[in-house]
Design a protein around this ligand. Structure first.
Ligand code: NAI
Length: 343
């Protein structure tokens, strides 16, 4: 089996080489992203492997199918970059539903601690032999209230981490779990009572700009906002306004609404035209990491292992437990539920 691997980064290769060798799958790594102009690179391959910012829109799906590609393996959980209807009947689409919720939850706490203890400032200072403590006064997490929006795999691990710090926990979820050891409250109450708000829900029409001007006005003065979920959960302009009027005490963002043209690439020698991001980065109380929360050895290993297992199952004619199609969760006779391929 031959796989064209798009948007390859140096950190992808070790784990993929290891698991591909085990399943006798050949991978050709392409640095470029999949899109209309690059789909032709997949000629002669059985399948392609893509990531969050590759483009699998309808025209690209058509091109891949015409080239003889029959399976697309997403090496991520999200699939908002894939036209599942266009793929149906032509390309089987498989993904990695979970790889390391610990990686994301731990990164969220790393961002919070960095922010409230001013580690980012201290790091820069001491490298220049500036040992002054002025401006580095932080705040304890112990006794503070954290509001967690989305109590799935990542949100719950983050809650456990926060409990370890002696924080009080409030939670909001559209589908609250039963038998939890934390309290669910309405979103407005969570906004009003939380010192720290952390977003761990998916991006949907309903959650788009969940944190906008109205929500920010309902928050406590000085609230710390954490987003390691999806950029468009926050209206970045409203966040900037909240920071400027001193309502928002700090923001830690691993994701950004307009990240797809920027994140995962080095623009250090360029003039970046995104004024909103530039203004956010200029704020002393904003920390941005570039969609890095998943990036641990453990998560990369799990991603590679599941992706290669998905591809090997397709090659061997087995059911695809991680297949996606536009009918998933919408039809009663879901074939995947019967451990069959979606078409
Ligand atoms: P999950 O599916 O286990 O949990 C999501 C939770 O959000 C569920 O409990 C669900 O009921 C809840 N939810 C759904 N709609 C909601 C709404 N309208 N309001 C409030 N809650 C709602 O997902 P998991 O694995 O915990 O991932 C959470 C998010 O983390 C993902 O959606 C993804 O966007 C993000 N993520 C970010 C990564 C990074 O590197 N920064 C890596 C992996 C995931």
């Amino acid at each position: 089996m031959k796989i064209a691997f798009f948007d390859a980064k140096d950190y992808d290769r070790p784990a993929f080489d290891k698991f591909a060798a085990r399943e006798n799958i050949q991978i050709k790594y392409f640095d470029t992203r999949l899109g209309q102009d690059t789909a032709a690179l997949a000629r002669g391959f059985d399948g392609v492997c893509i990531f969050v910012n590759d483009d699998l829109s309808a025209p690209v799906a058509e091109k891949l199918y015409a080239l003889g590609v029959r399976v697309v393996a997403l090496r991520c959980a999200g699939y908002n970059n894939v036209d599942l209807s266009a793929c149906f009947g032509k390309l089987h689409v498989v993904r990695v539903p979970a790889y390391s919720p610990y990686a994301v939850a731990e990164h969220t706490m790393a961002l919070l601690l960095t922010s409230v203890r001013r580690i980012h400032k201290a790091y820069n200072r001491t490298r220049e032999f500036n040992f002054s403590l002025s401006g580095l006064v932080g705040s304890d997490l112990h006794g503070k209230t954290v509001g967690v929006v989305g109590t799935g795999k990542i949100g719950r691990i983050f809650i456990e981490i926060c409990r370890g710090f002696g924080m009080n926990v409030l939670a909001f979820d559209k589908f609250p779990a039963k038998g939890t050891n934390f309290d669910y409250v309405p979103l407005d109450e969570l906004l009003a009572r939380s010192d720290v708000i952390s977003l761990h829900c998916p991006l949907t029409e309903e959650t788009f700009h969940l944190i906008g001007a109205d929500a920010i006005q309902k928050c406590k003065k000085g609230v710390v906002i954490l987003n390691t979920s999806r950029g468009a959960l926050i209206d970045a302009e409203a966040l900037l306004a909240g920071i400027k009027e001193r309502k928002v005490g700090a923001a830690c963002l691993d994701v950004y609404e307009e990240e797809s043209d920027l994140f995962f690439r080095d623009f250090s020698g360029h003039i970046v035209g995104d004024d909103t991001l530039a203004r956010l980065l200029s704020m002393p109380n904003v920390i941005v990491t570039s969609h890095q929360a998943f990036l641990t050895e453990e998560a990369l290993g799990n991603i590679a292992e599941t992706t290669i297992e998905n591809l090997a199952a397709f090659r061997d004619g087995k059911g695809l437990e991680n297949e996606l199609c536009y009918r998933c969760n919408r039809v009663e006779d879901c074939r995947r539920a019967r451990a069959e391929k979606c078409f």
